[in-house]
Design a protein around this ligand. Structure first.
Ligand code: PLP
Length: 416
């Protein structure tokens, strides 16, 4: 529906007819906060403390070490990977549950896949990525390049395809850019890379649970992603590794740990990688964090993916329309064409840092991304249109009253 005048009433009308309105009840959100930062740390699902209490009191407290078998702790990286697989490929016959495994942080998973991939092409010279990609992606790639005597080539997103040739051992890209919200055409990049036989490793940290994905249709073979953003897995939740079935047994991990061994309890000196993706496990999985992730994931998996994206688009349109009406000096950085963006709105302003702090003081939580971006995550599982209206009118008041000039809003903090 086209909205002519954005107001509290139009927001409330949209909330009234929102088919996902009831899903918000599955989260524990403070009353006095407008939370637009679920793309950095998803909120607490109400089920998670109950799940964790059972895991701690009964499975850990009573069942003790028997839980590895009796409560399937040992199978949880695969089981939860299978639940993530449903968000990566809609048709379960196209990507079996075994194509995803949950383990470690995104950074460590990047290292695992990058090293395994560069080992496949010992004669190639470079790792290619985008300049201003997420820092950890660039740092890990630089470390791998140094260790293997390769160079890391960083180019702007328009130049990526031109730099693809048979010197490139791997192309590492983040599907949705953390700062701008720009989204790559995954299928087009994969197709261009395939012509010169370059494997593409996609970082889906800002995509999983946020935008519709079909890795199988896009021809994606390698991906990693994050568990604590749109998947609501909790602070520091483990990430995941996706490798398309035909590629799994061709990759030999460099980080070879005992749980990736063919027979972990054979206690052999010689390393034999497990068949399939289990070879990308390293050490003992963090069971409490894994089971918190599973609880968050179950909420997303209960919701229709199309409805999720449709609401994200409506929230985006409402946000941008209200920004143009109420605070036109803000520049919208995120592309407005749905296929070209993730589930966020990034606004540019030279004083983004103190403005963001002034918003936080009003209970409106988005985040600041250096040097001049205000970033707001759109999380259709629980965000209300009324909250979008509150955020935009709050922003407008902060600008009009110049409230952001208060000296303490310019203070430094460790985490932005
Ligand atoms: C959030 C994010 C990460 C996080 O990495 P961790 O190792 O889990 O801290 C990595 N890459 C991208 C693109 C991200 O957005």
């Amino acid at each position: 529906m086209a909205i002519e005048k954005f107001s509290l009433q139009t927001a409330r009308d949209l909330d009234q007819i929102d088919p996902l309105a009831a899903v918000r009840e599955r989260f524990q959100l403070p009353d006095d906060v407008v939370y637009l930062d679920g793309n950095s740390l998803g909120p607490l699902p109400r089920s998670t403390p109950i799940v964790l209490d059972n895991v701690i009191q009964r499975e850990w407290g009573q069942d003790l070490i028997r839980s590895w078998n009796d409560n399937d702790w040992i199978g949880s990286p695969q089981r939860i990977g299978g639940k993530i697989a449903r968000l990566l490929v809609p048709d379960p016959t196209k990507a079996p549950a075994e194509d995803v495994i949950v383990s470690d942080s995104v950074s460590v998973n990047l290292f695992k896949l990058l090293t395994a991939l560069v080992r496949r092409f010992p004669d190639r010279k470079t790792i290619l990525s985008e300049s201003h990609n997420f820092p950890t992606d660039v740092h890990v790639a630089q470390g791998v390049a140094d260790a293997f005597g390769l160079s890391l080539q960083l180019v702007s997103r328009d130049e990526i395809v031109d730099h693809l040739d048979r010197e490139v051992a791997v192309l590492l890209l983040t599907h949705v850019h953390y700062r701008t919200g720009q989204r790559y055409d995954m299928a087009a990049v994969n197709a261009a890379a395939a012509t010169v036989d370059v494997p593409v490793l996609w970082d889906l940290s800002h995509s999983i649970g946020a935008v519709p994905l079909d890795l199988s249709a896009a021809g994606t073979q390698f991906a990693v992603g994050c568990g604590y953003k749109f998947l609501n897995g909790g602070p520091g939740a483990p990430g995941f590794v996706y490798v398309e079935s035909s590629q799994q047994d061709c990759l030999r991990p460099l980080l070879q740990g005992w749980l990736g061994h063919n027979s972990p309890f054979g206690f052999e000196d010689e390393y034999q990688p497990a068949a399939g993706l289990r070879r990308f496990l390293v050490g003992t999985p963090p069971i409490l964090s894994l089971l918190a992730l599973e609880s968050g994931l179950d909420v997303t998996n209960d919701v229709d993916r199309e409805e999720l994206w449709e609401k994200s688009c409506r929230l985006f349109d409402f946000f941008c329309g209200a920004v143009r009406q109420e605070c036109s000096e803000m520049m919208i950085l995120t592309p407005e064409v749905p296929a070209d963006r993730g589930s966020q709105v990034s606004l540019m302003h030279p004083h983004a840092w103190p403005i963001n702090n002034a918003l936080i003081e009003r209970g409106i939580i988005g985040d600041f991304r250096s040097p001049n971006v205000l970033r707001f995550g759109l999380t259709p599982l629980y965000t209300r249109y009324e909250e979008i209206w509150q955020a935009v009118t709050g922003l407008s008041e902060i600008l009009k009253t110049e409230e952001w000039k208060r000296p303490d809003f310019s203070r430094d903090t460790l985490v932005t």
